[in-house]
Design a protein. Structure first.
Lengths: 273, 233
């Protein structure tokens, strides 16, 4: 049954995000057209459009995740969703999984768009990749770059952090939308949803910052190594990235707790209008 | 015989407004029950509680001896007052959806009925008239071999000819050992199908009678309804 929930959740939510991807594809095609035809103004304009659309894809995906969750559970479609012969936890989990899927896909799309913009810029400047490589080698920049293994480690850690951030977004948003649709608050669900999100996220974030300061244990990634340091900040100021362990774990735990609470509210306090 | 519905001391309030105030009744399998009362008397709230759409109530509700949940939703076919399918769906998508989730859904019968009722299986819901959407919703519900059918105002807002067609659709397609709970305020059109009527007023169940008892007194359901709810006017 969970597989069917996922199938229909993807089918349904794709209606919200497909148009955004179509816009992005059109912008990319416009820019590539300029590149191939060697018409500078088209490819420059295409780059600007693609850059704008790239961020719009991510933002619109986040908005779509919220809108789809609200419409399919607490709008008229809630009559359909909440009368399916499945547990509320399965319903919620399918929405979480599909939200992760769309957000990750949008981030990948954004990265691909940046690669396209970079390639376009290179084509415009007339420099070849071998020329760039040679110039970097001569100037010694290549020696300063991290090794392949370090880049893999960096990407893995950043990937895990990105997943945790998606968990935090989904957990706080789903909880706020669900709590705002309980009996006491559902006269103004959008207003209360926003206030609950702002309140819980702001409060948890400030606690997370305090925890990071009071438990000075951070992961620090430099070009040479990944290390755990006894500091709340990038001690040497030379790290590629650093983050407080306590604060990050705290936010992930709070988001998980909020998702569990969301499932409980859906199971025990739901009141479909 | 086991009761398909057991409701005991059911209470539900919206803020200070008490909508259901200690409702008790049971329903065995195989009855067609009319749930009657004026607008705003709590019929829809009772139905939403039975179907698991409202959980913040007090008292006991059991469907086939289980609390409303995943199991009961598998044996209850529910027709809400409002259209609840996503507007991108076409009849063919809706049939596919119901057949995926409900084991008791008869896909072939639904496809046949879509054609019979003059619906285009490839037309999107958002381009359908309200009447066409209501037809599709009813087809989806009545193509299930459910243990309990809960129909909330299936006759509301349709002309007398359509009412007759809807009643025929219900009567010809519900599983014969199932219970049908049908809420309406258009009593005259439907009273002949009922085995039993429940009337709600002021949050309380004030009439729970078998149709034979009413007829033995030389009355119709509409007469009883008018007696009970004359104060409303």
């Amino acid at each position: 049954m969970f597989g069917k929930l996922l199938k229909y959740e993807i089918k349904h939510s794709s209606r919200y995000v497909l148009s955004i991807y179509i816009c992005a594809a059109a912008a990319a095609a416009f820019m590539l057209l300029g590149m191939l035809a060697k018409v500078t103004w088209i490819s420059v304009l295409g780059s600007i459009v693609l850059y704008t659309v790239g961020f719009a894809v991510v933002i619109m995906t986040l908005v779509s995740v919220i809108k789809n969750f609200y419409d399919s559970l607490y709008g008229a479609q809630g009559y359909l969703s909440f009368t399916l012969p499945v547990k509320c936890s399965s319903l919620l989990f399918s929405k979480v999984v599909v939200s992760f899927f769309w957000i990750i896909l949008s981030c990948v799309a954004l990265a691909l768009m940046f690669v396209l913009i970079f390639l376009n810029a290179k084509a415009q400047s007339g420099s070849s990749f071998t020329g760039i490589y040679d110039a970097m080698k001569i100037s010694g920049i290549l020696d300063m770059l991290p090794s392949g293994a370090m880049i893999v480690k960096f990407l893995i850690i950043m990937g895990v952090l990105a997943l945790l951030n998606i968990l935090v977004f989904v957990g706080f948003v789903y909880f706020a939308v669900t709590l705002a649709n309980t009996r006491a608050l559902q006269k103004h669900p959008k207003l209360f949803g926003f206030l609950i999100f702002a309140g819980t996220y702001g409060f948890s974030n400030s606690l997370s910052a305090k925890l990071t300061t009071s438990i000075p244990l951070s992961v620090e990634i430099t070009t040479e190594k990944v290390s755990i340091v006894f500091s709340s900040m990038d001690s040497a100021g030379q790290a590629l990235a650093s983050f407080g362990i306590a604060g990050t774990i705290f936010m992930a735990l709070v988001a998980t707790g909020l998702l569990v609470a969301t499932g409980w509210i859906m199971e025990h306090k739901v009141n479909i209008k | 015989m086991n009761n398909i519905i057991t409701v005991s001391s059911l209470k539900k309030s919206y803020g200070s407004k008490v909508v259901l105030d200690g409702v008790d009744f049971t329903a065995p399998a195989g009855q067609i029950i009319g749930l009657l009362g004026p607008n705003g008397c709590g019929k829809t709230t009772l139905i939403k509680i039975l179907t698991g759409l409202i959980k913040d109530h007090s008292g006991t509700v059991r469907i086939d001896n289980e609390e409303p949940g995943a199991y009961t939703k598998g044996i209850v076919a529910y027709l809400p007052e409002k259209s609840y399918l996503p507007d991108w769906m076409r009849p063919v998508d809706a049939i596919d959806y119901f057949s995926s989730f409900y084991k008791d859904f008869d896909k072939a019968k639904a496809e046949e009925m879509v054609v019979k009722f003059g619906l285009d299986s490839k037309q999107k819901l958002k381009t359908m008239s309200k009447g066409q959407q209501e037809k599709l919703n009813l087809i989806l519900v009545m193509c299930r071999q459910a243990r309990l059918y809960v129909l909330d105002e299936p006759l509301g807002g349709v002309d007398p000819a359509a009412r007759s067609a809807i009643l025929d659709l219900i009567m010809n397609n519900y599983a014969k050992d199932a219970t049908v709970l049908l809420s309406t305020h258009l009593i005259n059109d439907v009273e002949y199908i009922f085995d039993r009527v429940l009337m709600i007023s002021g949050g309380k169940l004030i009439v729970d009678s078998h149709i034979d008892e009413i007829r033995q007194k030389g009355k119709s359901v509409e007469d009883v309804f008018k007696e009970v709810f004359s104060y409303v006017w």
